[in-house]
Design a protein around this ligand. Structure first.
Ligand code: SAH
Length: 246
C-alpha cells in the first residue's frame, strides 16, 4: 500500500495528502469528514464543513515525487525533461547515476527505465535515498556505496548521469561501463566545471561531446485577463553536457 493513500485537491489546485483515510482531514478550507473520505471514489467531489469543494484521487508518481525527502540540491523537473528527451531512454534502458544525493534523479529515471544503479560515497545520504525509493515503491533501483571516480561495476549501460563535483574524474569509469553510442550526461551548477569536463572529454578519443545546454523555464500566471510571466520563478540550477561513447 502506498504511504499516501489519497490526494484532495481544491479548485485552486492546492493539494492535501491523506495518509490515513480513517481520520478527518483538516485544512485551511475546513475539514473533510472521515466518513465521506473512506467511502469516496477517485474523481468524486467532497465538501468540507465550510462548504469548500475538494476532488479526491489516488496519487500519481508525479504527486508523490514532489514529496520526497531532500538533503542535497535536487535536480528540477525542467532539467529532467532535457535528459530524458535528449537520450530517449525507455523501459528497455539500463542506467547508472552518481552521486545519488537524495535519489531524486535516480528515482525519476527508474520510473521510466528498466534498471537504475545509483552510486554515492556518503552513507548518511544513502539512508535518505532508501527511504525515497520505498516511498515511491520503486523496485528497479540498486544503491551502491562506492566512489564513481574509482569504478562502475555495470557494463553495457545505455546512459550514465553524473551529478558530482569533479565529473571529469569519472570519465575512465564511464568509458568502461557505457555501450558504444551510450550517453553520458554531466550535470554541473557552475561554468568552470563545464569547461574542465568538456576539455577533459575532448582530450580523449573514446567520447564525443555533442552539446552543453541550460534549460530556462518561465511559468506564467493566468488570472482572468491578467496573463503574464510569474514575477518569481526558478533561478539557475545547472548546465547539462551531453557526451557519447565511441
Ligand atoms: N542528482 C542528485 C543530487 C546529487 S548531489 C539528486 O537529484 O538528488 C551530489 C552527490 O554526489 C552527493 O550526495 C555526494 O555525496 C555525491 N558524490 C560526490 N562525489 C562522489 C563520488 N566520487 N562518487 C559517488 N558519489 C559522489
Amino acid at each position: 500500500m502506498p504511504e499516501i493513500k489519497k490526494i484532495l485537491m481544491t479548485k485552486n489546485a492546492k493539494k492535501f495528502f491523506v495518509r490515513d483515510t480513517n481520520q478527518d482531514v483538516h485544512t485551511q478550507y475546513g475539514y473533510i469528514k472521515k466518513e465521506d473520505l473512506s467511502k469516496s471514489k477517485d474523481g468524486e467531489k467532497l465538501k468540507s464543513n465550510t462548504g469548500d469543494d475538494f476532488t479526491v484521487f489516488s496519487p500519481f508518481f508525479s504527486d508523490l515525487y514532489r514529496k520526497i525527502k531532500r538533503n542535497a540540491q535536487i535536480i528540477p523537473l525542467k532539467d529532467l525533461c532535457f535528459i530524458i528527451a535528449e537520450t530517449g531512454i525507455s523501459g528497455k534502458s539500463t542506467l547508472v547515476d552518481a552521486g545519488s544525493g537524495s535519489g531524486a534523479l535516480a528515482c525519476f529515471l527508474a520510473n521510466i527505465a528498466k534498471k537504475v544503479t545509483t552510486y554515492d560515497i556518503r552513507e548518511d545520504f544513502i539512508e535518505v535515498v532508501k527511504s525515497n525509493i520505498k516511498f515511491l515503491e520503486l523496485k528497479n533501483i540498486t544503491i551502491k556505496n562506492k566512489d564513481v571516480y574509482q569504478s562502475i561495476d555495470e557494463k553495457n549501460v545505455d546512459l550514465i548521469t553524473l551529478d558530482v563535483p569533479e565529473p571529469w574524474l569519472a570519465l575512465d569509469s564511464c568509458s568502461k561501463s557505457l555501450k558504444p553510442g551510450g550517453f553520458l550526461v554531466s550535470y554541473s551548477p557552475s561554468v568552470p566545471q563545464v569547461a574542465d569536463f568538456v576539455n577533459a572529454v575532448r582530450k580523449r578519443n573514446d567520447f564525443i561531446h555533442t552539446k552543453t545546454s541550460e534549460i530556462i523555464e518561465r511559468e506564467w500566471e493566468v488570472e482572468d485577463r491578467k496573463v503574464r510571466p510569474k514575477s518569481i520563478s526558478i533561478g539557475h540550477s545547472g548546465f547539462m553536457s551531453i557526451v557519447r561513447k565511441f
